[in-house]
Structures are given as structure tokens and as C-alpha cells.
Design a protein around this ligand. Structure first.
Ligand SMILES: Nc1ncnc2c1ncn2[C@@H]1O[C@H](COP(=O)(O)OP(=O)(O)OP(=O)(O)O)[C@@H](O)[C@H]1O
Length: 391
């Protein structure tokens, strides 16, 4: 209607001022301008979250996604940057990239420190509901394909985390624990992974807390690697003993992206007891409070060698979603290790080993160590293990 009204007024003016032969051309062009302005919709994605210096997840995702879309031949200038392992091409300021999704054309441009996404108004719903989630998904896929899972160590005053590729092949297939326990952990992870709607409905942050306890060598770290490999999440190992202020802790936790496992290993073994208690109570407040809503899809893992050392506040119902006890080696766990290391599913010595494991406290790490000594001769290897257990 607006276009029609303006069009009529324009024709009246045109009759007066524009020669007849040019009138149709001008009216046509003007309608195009009005329609264009009226029908374009722009989504702006800022680099930083409001009032903070934390880089926005969506911004990072767009940046990663667009590296695969930059057509070097069509832009005037490109930024090539070394991003840890590889070179990547970035969209330069004021350049544009066109993309197509489901038959819909969209335009990305970099304006200052923002990305702008422009498309026809009538696709607004589809872009917000499908295209942007698709960009996020693609960027996650690109990231994990590019580099594999990462292990980040965060300590000492948190400047830059030290990052290495998580190259631990431990999975739930090779992890030696009681089959029922394994099953219940996998079920819990599946429920968590598919629980977005559920967490939203019950009004809780989409996170899960595991307390893993057991003596050294029972596989606490191996379990964490299995979880990371299963969910395809990066691991952030956080040393609480070096975090000494509220804002430092908040910054650490806010910087960690979603789809991450935050590990607080041996959190009860900090030398400075007071420091540990303070940081720990802040962490619990953070987990309970509004800050925990800032990042989604996060798993918090606390490990300890001795649950008796753990403060009651952490054990209270509702704090940790699951307490996982990693025991000394049981017979089913041994069978898994024998299969992993010797490729043996049954053997005449298994009965004796089963008997011995009922009263010998030996860790899976020790059993694995014994089995590894002679993998080419399973019988000899098992005989050595029997001798070790008897000793
Ligand atoms: N349950 C297990 N299943 C398979 N391998 C295991 C298991 N437990 C230990 N191992 C083997 O022993 C090694 C050491 O175990 P791991 O580091 O996971 O134990 P941990 O409980 O985290 O020990 P710590 O408390 O000293 O950190 C692992 O790399 C793995 O090879």
C-alpha cells in the first residue's frame, strides 16, 4: 500500500517535472528502491557479549563458517591468518559474501567488529530457526574436523590456556569398569545430550555434574577421556589452587564455550586449604546461580581420590548429579583389560584371577601394567599377573 501511495504521488510529480519518455523508467527504479528497503532484514552479530570482553559464541561460529565460504576470486581483499594449526581466510571489513540456504539467498558482510546477515524479510523465521543453527552446527563440525578434540589446561592466573590435542584413544569400549556402571553412565550422557528441551522446560541450566572418586590408577582420567570422546567435547582442566578472585573464576568459566567438559581434578588436594575452600565455595555458588546459565551444554567433573575428604556442601543432594565410584579392579574390569591387551576372551587362568581379585586390592592401572609386559604370549602374561596378585 505504501508503495502504491508513494507511486501515485510520484507519478503526479513526474507528470509535472519529468519528460514522458523517462517517466516509466524512473517509477520502476523507485519502486525497486522502496521494495528493497522495505523487504530486507538484517541480523547483527557483535563480536563481544554485551558489556563484557568475552567473545560471542555466535560471532566465532560465523567466523569459522565463513572461512569455508570466502571466494577469494570475488572479493577485493582477504585476511589470511594463522589460527593455531592452519591458515584460514577471513572476510575483510566491508566485503560481502553471498550464501544460499534452502534456495534462499543471504548476504554476509563485515561492518566494523560485527557481522551483518541480510536477507529478504519473508525468510526471517526460517533464517532464525534453521539457517543460524545450521551455521553453528557447521562451525562445530569444521572445528572438530580440523583439529580433533582439545585438552586445555587452565592454571596460574589464567592468561592463555595451554592447549594440546586430546589424543587419548580411551573410549567406553576399552574402559574397564563394571558393565552396569558403564551402561548407566552412557544412559545419563545420552539423556543429557538430548535434554535441551527438558532443561529448558524445567528452567535449569543445561549442565551436568559428576563426582568421580576412587584410588589413583582406577581410571578416573580414563573415564573423562571416554566421556570426551563419546560426546566429542573439548576438555578444560582447571586448577583451582591458582584462582584467587571471584572475577578471575567468572572469567575462566565464561570464556569456556559450550559443549565442554570442565574438570577439577583432585580439587581437594590443594596445598592452601583456605584458598581451596574459598574458591570452591565460589565455584558452587557459580554453578547454582545465574552464571551457570551463561554457557550451555557443559559437564562439570570433580575428581578425588578419597570421598571422605570432600566437603559436605558438594555431596548435598542436588549438587552433583551423579557420584561415580571407580573401584579397585573387579573381574569384569579385568576381562575387559585382558581383551584390550591380549585379545583374549577366556582362559583357564581366569578362574584363579577371579578368586584373587576378590581379596586383592589392585588397580586397573597395575593390572594393565602387568598385562602389557608380555602381550605376545597371553598365557605367560596371565601367569605373571597371577604371580603378581599372589605376591
Ligand atoms: N578402568 C580402566 N580401564 C582401562 N584402563 C585403565 C583403567 N584404569 C586405569 N587404566 C590404565 O591406567 C592408566 C592410568 O589410569 P588413570 O590415569 O585413568 O587413573 P586415575 O584414577 O585418573 O589416576 P590418578 O588419580 O592418579 O590421576 C590409564 O592410562 C589406563 O591405561
Amino acid at each position: 500500500n505504501d508503495v502504491l501511495t508513494v507511486g501515485k504521488e510520484f507519478r503526479a510529480l513526474a507528470d509535472e517535472f519529468i519528460p514522458r519518455e523517462y517517466q516509466d523508467y524512473y517509477i520502476h527504479e523507485m519502486k525497486k528502491i522502496i521494495l528493497n528497503n522495505d523487504s530486507q532484514f538484517t541480523v547483527v552479530i557483535d563480536e563481544y557479549q554485551p558489556q563484557s570482553n568475552v567473545q560471542d559464541e555466535m560471532f566465532k561460529a560465523v567466523e569459522t563458517y565463513l572461512t569455508t565460504k570466502v571466494d577469494e576470486s570475488s572479493v577485493r581483499k582477504i585476511n589470511v591468518c594463522k589460527n593455531k594449526e592452519n591458515l584460514s581466510v577471513k572476510l575483510n571489513e566491508n566485503e560481502e559474501i553471498f550464501d544460499e540456504f534452502d534456495g534462499v539467498q543471504v548476504k554476509w558482510s563485515k561492518i566494523g567488529s560485527c557481522y551483518e546477515l541480510t536477507f529478504h524479510n519473508r525468510h526471517r523465521f526460517m533464517i532464525l530457526e534453521s539457517y543460524l543453527p545450521y551455521v553453528l552446527e557447521q562451525s562445530n563440525a569444521i572445528k572438530s574436523e580440523e583439529s580433533g578434540l582439545k585438552y586445555h589446561m587452565i592454571d596460574e592466573k589464567y592468561h592463555e590456556p595451554k592447549t594440546v590435542i586430546l589424543d587419548n584413544p580411551m573410549t567406553f569400549k576399552t574402559l574397564a569398569i563394571e558393565p552396569d556402571l558403564k551402561k548407566s553412565i552412557i544412559e545419563d550422557l545420552n539423556n543429557f545430550k538430548n535434554g535441551k528441551e527438558y532443561y529448558r522446560r524445567i528452567g535449569k541450566a543445561w549442565k551436568r555434574g559428576y563426582l568421580i572418586h576412587g584410588p589413583s590408577g582406577t581410571g578416573k582420567s580414563s573415564l573423562i577421556s571416554s566421556i570426551a570422546n563419546y560426546l566429542n567435547y573439548d576438555v578444560y582442566d582447571i586448577d583451582l589452587s591458582n584462582v584467587d578472585s571471584d572475577s578471575q573464576l567468572k572469567n575462566i568459566l565464561l570464556e569456556i564455550p559450550s559443549k565442554s567438559i570442565l574438570v577439577f581434578e583432585d580439587f581437594d588436594e590443594c596445598e592452601n586449604v583456605q584458598n581451596r575452600k574459598d574458591t570452591f565455595s565460589r565455584l558452587l555458588k557459580f554453578m547454582d546461580g545465574m552464571w551457570s546459565c551463561c554457557g550451555e551444554e557443559r559437564i562439570f567433573v570433580f575428581t578425588t581420590k578419597c570421598i571422605d575428604n570432600v566437603d559436605y556442601t558438594l555431596l548435598r543432594p542436588g549438587r552433583m548429579d551423579m557420584h561415580i565410584h571407580m573401584p579397585y579392579c573387579t573381574f569384569p574390569a579385568f576381562k575387559q583389560l585382558a581383551f584390550n591387551y591380549l585379545d583374549v576372551e577366556d582362559h583357564r587362568l581366569f578362574e584363579r584371577i577371579d578368586e584373587l581379585l576378590q581379596y586383592v586390592n589392585v588397580t586397573p592401572a597395575e593390572v594393565a601394567g602387568e598385562l602389557m609386559k608380555c602381550t605376545r604370549d597371553p598365557t605367560l602374561s596371565l601367569e605373571r599377573l597371577v604371580a603378581y596378585l599372589e605376591r
